[in-house]
Design a protein around this ligand. Sequence first.
Ligand SMILES: Nc1ncnc2c1ncn2[C@@H]1O[C@H](COP(=O)(O)OP(=O)(O)O)[C@@H](O)[C@H]1O
Ligand SMILES: [Mg+2]
Length: 177
Amino acid sequence: MPEVNIWRKNYNRKDTKYQWRRELEFLATLHPYHGFPKVLNAGLDANGEEFIDLTHCGLSLGVAYEQGKIGLDAAYLEFRALLRVMKHEGIKHRDLCVNNLLWHPEHGCHIVDFGIAIWFGEPDVPPAYLAPCSWGIGLDGVSDELRLRASIHQLKTGEIYTETDWRNGKEIWSYDF
Ligand SMILES: Nc1ncnc2c1ncn2[C@@H]1O[C@H](COP(=O)(O)OP(=O)(O)O)[C@@H](O)[C@H]1O
Ligand SMILES: [Mg+2]
């Protein structure tokens, strides 16, 4: 059956409004690649609110894992490849967390939510607003790779790896290639 779902993101939150056009730019840059939402439409709705219509990228990784759709080691490898693509394009996501890692039955692993992403070279200062799923690890100087591992670790163990853990050099689950 063809994919018919559309996922709409509305930008009616004051704190994220400045990022709207930037999010479109990040997604346009990533458009040629597998693993990121495609922008189907963007503009102002009848109420004058900014919106983006995106391709539907499936379930959160946690749900896909619970349903036995994909293993976490395999997911880690897939997401790592997507991180490599973002690095190649000069994009730092900064908000990788269990809710921003998705899995689609036909299209596999996806990274969503470029709401606080930056281009390499821009100051990596924490934004005023941070989604609850990202509270644990903090943002200051932490790499996307570490946030990915912390997210997978959280799904594997139920433990949240915090910024304090990171500063204390606490061991985190890792994978040898
Ligand atoms: N393209 C998509 N397809 C399916 N679900 C999505 C898509 N984009 C986002 N979501 C879901 O909606 C949630 C919120 O969207 P997100 O872009 O992360 O906005 P926010 O800035 O509010 O975190 C995500 O955590 C994810 O579960
Ligand atoms: Mg999000």
